[in-house]
Design a protein around this ligand. Structure first.
Ligand code: SF4
Length: 484
């Protein structure tokens, strides 16, 4: 494969193909830049949260209500932590159980959390334009429980029936039938994210998550005919037994099913942190060089099939609203990945969920017992968080611009944040100059910085340069996955 090295302008860059590097160049970049880094779903990231009381969060909600009013859109996230069996690659906050009584107890506490929030803030008045159920496995809930949770949410919040709402749910294909898809549509969900991960049977067995291709075909057909406005596939690369050849076959099947969006995450093997991963034999994992080759195969194949690579891990059809948002400069990145920001604030409900209100990030207790204890004591279960300051906002904006547009409007940043970029980031200049020498960025000093096609493969590393909390030179922290 040969790379089409980019020498493009800011405006036409996103149309450029990515990948095709010679293997020598791949290895050179890999040795130099493959190091752990955060995924940048938010800044500051959750790893930097410190102890916080519910009062700080409630004050922030009150300020937002006073400032924005009751018509300001709101985003809701509900976390369902239960799963029937462990997927060996999993790093999520989940509880493996077959005991249905757990769900009853959890729904009762979710009700209490919603009631407390309604009692203590006016946020319930705001129209919920975005709703997302994640996990765990939301479809671990039975039909009556799914219905109950939607009714609960509608009772305590201002759910919307309007067509442009984004109400999405993560679906484990092993837990749904055609009838359950019908139910979800009837309950008001209009976006579905199917957790596929990989279609290769040997890979599926190695990660303890087996489902047939034919079952997925049937589900996709149902989703297509029931009026869902968007279908996303979650996939993972870097899994045991994956090779360029198996990935090519999985990609062929994915493209045949034509999802509107594809999230292709990089597997982070951190068995010391996630016990389920100890079931994976490290010998079966692709080498770093293979991972990079797999990544370039994914990017080349999906962009060749008409998908737009919108940035870190995500691809969308050119007709998708995210593609339009990117073209219009309205793409955002938040805790749920890329989005079109319709809501200023996010209310997270359930164990470990994260909320944002203005400049306050607040996370619920991550342990189920502690989450229950707080609610049983009639307290919101906020445990940790951060109040982001001016410097955080500046770095967040830079990282978001790079993640969403692979470009940085330096003069705009200087104007909006009243800084001299070179002076403010003088300690970073040698690193940026190194990126430039390595062909990862094009840098018009004082004006703009553009990530090249080569640099796109290392976008997380480029973002990392602006990450104020990374302790350069410190030993590698096991909290983060590698950049590739
Ligand atoms: S990957 Fe999803 S379904 Fe599998 S164990 Fe983790 S949270 Fe549960």
């Amino acid at each position: 494969m040969k790379l089409q090295l980019s020498s493009t302008s800011f405006h036409d860059f996103t149309a450029q193909p990515v990948g095709g590097l010679s293997s020598a160049r791949l290895m050179e970049l890999l040795q130099k830049y493959d190091r752990p880094g955060p995924r940048y779903t938010s800044y500051p990231p959750a790893t930097e949260f410190k102890a916080m009381t519910a009062g700080v969060y409630l004050d922030a909600l009150e300020r937002q209500s006073a400032q924005l009013g009751d018509l300001e859109p709101l985003s809701l996230y509900i976390h369902i932590p239960f799963c029937a069996s462990p997927c060996f690659y999993c790093g999520c906050n989940k509880i493996i159980t077959r005991n249905r009584a757990n769900v009853r107890q959890y729904l009762d506490h979710l009700r209490k959390e919603m009631a407390l929030l309604r009692l203590q803030s006016n946020v319930y008045r705001r129209p919920v334009t975005q709703l997302h159920w994640g996990g765990g496995t939301p479809t671990f809930l039975e039909d009556a429980e799914l219905t109950e949770l939607v009714h609960l949410t509608a009772h305590y919040f201002n759910l919307q029936a309007r067509e442009d709402r984004d109400y999405s749910i993560e679906v484990d294909p092993r837990t749904v039938t055609r009838e359950r898809i019908d139910l979800l549509r009837g309950l008001g969900f209009n976006r579905i994210s199917l957790g596929i991960q990989d279609f290769d049977e040997r890979v599926q067995k190695a990660i303890n998550r087996v489902h047939g291709f034919d079952e997925i075909v049937e589900l996709v057909e149902t989703i297509r005919t029931r009026g869902f406005s968007s279908l996303n596939f979650d996939l993972i690369y870097g899994l045991p037994l994956q090779t360029v050849e198996t990935i090519q076959e999985t990609l062929r099947q994915v493209i045949a099913l034509s999802p509107d969006r594809i999230s292709y995450y990089s597997y982070a093997h951190l068995p010391e942190r996630f016990p389920a991963q100890r079931a994976i034999d490290a010998q079966d994992l692709p080498t770093p060089a293979q991972r990079l080759e797999i990544l370039t195969t994914i990017i080349d194949t999906l962009t060749g099939a008409g998908y737009l690579y919108i940035g870190i891990d995500h691809f969308v059809k050119n007709s998708d609203s995210l593609a339009l948002a990117k073209a219009q400069g309205k793409l955002r990145r938040n805790f749920q990945g890329y989005s079109i920001d319709k809501a200023a604030d996010l209310i997270g409900l359930g164990v470990s969920s994260i909320s944002t209100a203005g400049n306050v990030f607040a996370q619920n207790e991550v342990q189920l017992e502690r989450y229950y204890q707080a609610l049983d004591a009639n307290q919101l279960p906020i445990a940790r968080g951060v109040v982001s300051g001016e410097e955080d906002a500046l770095r967040c904006e830079i990282i978001e611009q790079l993640s969403c547009f692979r470009a940085l409007d330096i003069s705009g940043i200087e104007r909006d944040y009243c800084i001299d970029f070179n002076e403010h980031f003088r300690l970073l200049l040698p690193e940026l100059e190194q990126f430039e020498r390595d062909g990862l960025i094009m840098w018009q000093k004082q004006k703009a910085l553009t990530v090249t096609a080569d640099g796109t493969l290392l976008l997380r590393n480029i973002c990392m340069a602006f990450y104020g909390y990374l302790d350069r030179g410190a030993p590698i922290r096991p909290l983060f996955s590698r950049a590739i």
